[in-house]
Design a protein around this ligand. Structure first.
Ligand code: NAP
Ligand code: GLV
Length: 320
């Protein structure tokens, strides 16, 4: 009998050929609608493998129904949507897609940094609305990127890739990480700072840690109050790392200059969310890894992991 797998979203069809040769494949065939919880609860019964996205919450109550599940293959590097301990207890392997999305996500993080500092979205709207009447000395002026200090919170794969980009703009790079990285400091020319010092010194602060119990609300009112009034906060990690109420307060009262947000506490973010009403916020819909090539690579790796898992072989990128 072929092993059974469930895939929670439509993915490029050519990536399924190898899987379908070995497994009985069932797919939630929608591109833009996540699988409803009650459907997932039915589908998780009697299957060997689950391919899921960051939009699916894989918690204890769901895993209680997963009577034959061997592997959960998440098509993302972040895995905060999965209760890892619950999976481990049940002997279920969890995999993710690290590395292959690093450069693409660093590109997007730098794009947000440029867009917020030079007010690109605000300027484009200004022009389209017909508000551009003349060239004026201080019109739509922003902050310089070149020569500025970049502070990275979470110097992992994407953080390091961001430093490489920043060096091309003559930026001074500092970082805060739970573990210090002397080798990387030497190799990339990046200095360590404790969190409060980084918040005080940096002109741009980019958050690139995973979302965990330790990083939940890592940036709140106190931390924002340490930042300069000209500083810009970029979050391409996970929404819950920044307290959104405190961020709104800091941005609306100009305690900080601007924010670039790819991620939100609740996704999709409500279009009436207060943060979206602010001109100094550039908000985008969680597209950090969204290039055609990278998304294909992520889906391919997630399929490979799934296939290895159901065949009782060692997957390529194991979380637990
Ligand atoms: P990574 O290589 O694991 O890097 C994460 C870094 O954060 C590591 O250096 C880690 O330190 C550090 N860290 C962990 N907990 C910390 C804490 N409590 N305080 C300070 N530093 C801490 O991961 P990555 O591949 O760069 O990805 C980072 C995150 O970006 C992912 O978890 C995901 O949530 C997010 N992401 C978002 C998108 C998007 O589309 N917006 C795309 C890809 C990734 P250690 O070295 O000590 O472990
Ligand atoms: C995207 O957010 C990822 O974690 O891969």
């Amino acid at each position: 009998m072929k092993p059974k797998v469930y895939i929670t979203r439509k993915i490029p069809i050519d990536l399924l050929v190898e899987l379908e040769a070995v497994c009985e494949v069932d797919i939630w065939e929608h591109e833009d609608i996540p699988v409803p919880r009650h459907v997932l609860e039915e589908k998780i019964v009697n299957i060997d493998g689950l391919f899921c996205l960051l939009t699916e919450t894989i918690d204890q109550s769901l895993l209680d129904k997963a009577n034959t599940l061997k592997i959960i293959s998440n098509m993302a590097v972040g895995y905060n949507n999965i209760d890892i301990e619950a999976a481990k207890k049940r002997g279920i392997t969890v995999t993710n897609t690290p590395g292959i999305l690093t450069e693409t996500t660093a590109d997007l993080t730098f794009a947000l940094l440029m867009a917020t500092s030079r007010r690109l979205v605000e300027s484009a709207d200004y022009l389209k609305k017909g508000e551009w009447k003349t060239w004026s000395p201080m019109q739509l002026t922003g902050q310089d990127v070149h020569g500025a200090t970049l502070g990275i919170i979470g110097l992992g794969r994407i953080g390091e890739a961001l430093v490489r980009r920043a060096k091309g703009f003559d930026m001074t790079c500092i970082y805060y990480n739970r573990s210090r990285k002397p080798e990387i400091e030497k190799e990339l020319g990046v200095g360590y700072a404790v969190l409060d010092e980084l918040l005080k010194r940096a002109d741009f602060i980019c958050i690139l840690t995973p979302y965990t119990n330790e990083t939940k609300n890592l940036i709140g009112t106190r931390e924002l109050s340490l930042m300069k009034s000209t500083s810009i906060l970029i979050n391409t990690a996970r929404g819950g790392i920044v307290d959104e109420i405190a961020l709104y307060e800091a941005l609306s009262t100009k305690k900080i200059w601007a924010a670039g947000l790819d991620v939100f506490e609740e996704e999709p973010v409500n279009s009436n969310h207060r943060l979206l009403s602010l001109p100094n916020v550039v908000a985008i819909p969680h597209i950090g890894s969204a290039s055609v090539n990278t998304r294909r690579k992520m889906a391919k790796l997630a399929i490979e992991n799934l296939l290895l898992g159901v065949k009782n072989q060692t997957p390529k990128s194991i979380v637990v």
